[in-house]
Design a protein around this ligand. Structure first.
Ligand SMILES: Cc1cc2nc3c(=O)[nH]c(=O)nc-3n(C[C@H](O)[C@H](O)[C@H](O)COP(=O)(O)OP(=O)(O)OC[C@H]3O[C@@H](n4cnc5c(N)ncnc54)[C@H](O)[C@@H]3O)c2cc1C
Length: 346
């Protein structure tokens, strides 16, 4: 079999790159062993503002434009709903925070994202005496549905191998790569935290950041917006809500923990007062980087080998953006932005 590309990993990074390949009529095959599940468990929120400091996300406008177009295209092609437009309300904890919000909403890159209206809380289940500020242009991508749908498409087209990529079987020549009976021009590794076992890119400074999320059933809560307090509360419909997430730098397994659950429930109880049941609990490892920029680029020896990783806490928005950058770099020789290029660490 001859293809243009081999892709290793079909999380948000891998799928975003595959979408570039499909858009340009390139042939490819995908390997995924399901060892990582950051994308599968992700809350799926996209939000152009860092809500701790009220600052804009890096390249928020460009990221949103490219990402939302990609999800729209997928919705149309696969007849699924992926993008749920939903406002994010940031709970204020003091008058000082309200003032900081309104000061930030005046700034050039934030005015389009931060509403200047103070929203009062009218929900008896929610503790929010200082009210909320609304973030605009936000939403939730149903990432699990995206991944399931995409895998189905890949399987139907016989271009998906549900198996671990065997690095020892890869033969690297100057102009071609051989892997068992497959010949490819290029290979792109998008393995999330799995990259730590990749002999070609394992030196990259990727930091595993474990995250846990709960799903609760809360029939009296009745909110139709994402509530951001000490945790996010994300409505899924049918009185179900995602509660998350934790940040843990000491663990690298996908196992759920009592500690994670207790942390989330403790924080949740500072926001809502109504009864609820926990109906699900998941965990995954975010591929994060100290400078909070992705890891994108070319192997320094093998010029037909590339990496697309480090999507961190915001894979929904940044994945499609960096996938386009990588594609343009490989196929059109356009330089990568220095901030995302792995060369910054060499
Ligand atoms: C709890 C939690 C909540 C989150 N919430 C949000 C959110 O609301 N919004 C947001 O934007 N982001 C969120 N994120 C972050 C987001 O999920 C990540 O940025 C994104 O999933 C990273 O995608 P990825 O494709 O790089 O990695 P992964 O999703 O980890 O995908 C890598 C894939 O590669 C495969 N793989 C690895 N090694 C091999 C191998 N050797 N052979 C074959 N296959 C291999 C894995 O099985 C996996 O499928 C959250 C993350 C977590 C953990």
């Amino acid at each position: 079999m001859k293809v243009d590309y081999i892709i290793v990993g079909s999380g948000l990074a891998g799928i975003s790159f595959c979408e570039q390949l499909r858009a340009h009529d390139k042939s490819f095959i995908v390997f995924d062993d399901q060892s990582q599940q950051s994308s599968v468990v992700a809350g799926g929120l996209y939000n152009p503002v860092i809500l701790k400091r009220f600052t804009p996300v890096w390249k928020s406008k460009e990221q949103l434009q490219i990402a939302l177009q990609m999800y729209r295209n997928l919705e149309q092609e696969f007849h699924v709903i992926l993008d749920y437009k939903i406002p994010v309300l940031r709970k204020f904890t003091s008058h000082e925070e309200q003032n900081n919000w309104f000061a930030a909403s005046d700034k050039p890159h934030l005015s389009e994202y931060l509403s200047t209206k103070l929203i009062k809380n009218t929900n008896v289940c929610i503790e929010a005496p200082f009210g909320f500020g609304e973030v605009l242009q936000t939403g939730r991508i149903d990432v699990k549905n995206l991944i399931d749908t995409y895998k189905m498409y890949l399987l139907q087209n016989k271009i998906f191998f549900k198996e671990e990529f065997n690095f020892k079987a890869l033969q690297i020549h100057l102009d071609i790569l051989e892997y068992n009976d497959i010949q490819a021009q290029y290979i792109v590794f998008s393995e999330g935290y799995g990259v730590h076992e990749n002999p070609f890119f394992k030196e990259l400074p990727l930091i595993p950041t474990k995250g846990e999320l709960l799903t609760i059933h809360a029939p009296e809560l009745n909110i139709d917006y994402v509530l951001k307090g000490p945790v996010f509360l994300i409505p899924l419909g049918q009185d179900l809500y995602l509660v998350g997430a934790t940040y843990n730098w000491d663990e690298t397994t996908n196992d759920i923990t009592i500690k994670g659950k207790v942390e989330l429930l403790t924080k949740l109880r500072t926001i809502i007062t109504c009864p609820f049941d926990v109906v699900n609990h998941v965990a995954g490892i975010r591929p994060t980087v100290k400078d909070r920029r992705p890891l994108v680029g070319q192997h320094n020896v093998h010029k037909n080998m590339f990496v697309l990783n480090g999507l961190g806490t915001r894979g929904v928005m940044i994945g499609p953006y960096v996938a386009q950058q990588l594609y343009n770099f490989i196929e059109f020789g356009l330089p990568l932005e220095h901030e995302i290029d792995i060369k910054r660490f060499q």
